[in-house]
Design a protein around this ligand. Structure first.
Ligand code: SF4
Length: 197
């Protein structure tokens, strides 16, 4: 099956998935947004209330800030592939180890199918999951935000660039400047590496 058809099949599968308890509180599973040939993939934690209602990732308040950050980096949201570690609404905005373990195979397959050159985990949960997946030591976001890590596994090789989750800056406004600085620098590194024009 080609990557696009397989993603479509997975998108349908999560709509009725009951592999963890989160199916009980979702209105709409949120699988992804963006082109299958994207060179950059963003990975958040999970859908919030607005995302659950609309069935799209990053459309609430944190999504609006993410849009500004993407612009700050000189990128185009429509060219990015956006998803989350968990595909169903997190009422407490907190994920358990069991929920992550149940849902992560979807993310693993998305990474295989999209095969991005750059993975951008947003927030600690996504960063820890992706760094561990590629055999690296997880570390607090204060130490790793905006840094470029080279990840390799079997035939896959990509850059991982952890960023603060935009919701962190909504909770803690002084972080806003850090996020804008990180994304500005991210965009310019991507241009110097020739990943984006
Ligand atoms: S969060 Fe993931 S594993 Fe849990 S029910 Fe939803 S799609 Fe299935």
């Amino acid at each position: 099956m080609d990557p696009s058809s397989r993603l479509k099949a997975l998108r349908n599968e999560v709509k009725t998935c009951r592999k963890c308890s989160l199916w009980k509180t979702r209105k709409n599973a949120v699988f992804d947004e963006g082109p299958v040939d994207a060179r950059i993939m963003l990975v958040g934690l999970g859908p919030g209330k607005q995302e659950d209602l609309q069935g799209r990732p990053f459309v609430g308040a944190a999504g609006k800030l993410l849009d500004e950050l993407i612009k700050e980096a000189g990128l185009n949201r429509e060219r990015l592939y956006i998803t989350n570690v968990l595909k169903c609404f997190l009422p407490e905005n907190r994920a358990t180890e069991e929920q992550i373990k149940a849902c992560a195979p979807y993310l693993d397959e998305q990474i295989d199918l999209v095969s991005p050159e750059v993975l951008v985990p947003l927030g600690n949960v996504a960063a820890n999951y992706l760094l561990k997946k590629f055999g690296m030591e997880p570390a607090p976001m204060e130490e790793i935000h905006g840094k470029f890590f080279r990840a390799s596994m079997l035939t896959q090789s990509m850059l991982i660039v952890p960023m603060y989750h935009p919701a962190s800056a909504l909770r803690n406004p002084p972080l806003r400047n850090v996020l804008f600085e990180d994304w500005r620098e991210f965009g310019s590194r991507l241009r110097s590496l020739g990943i984006v024009p």
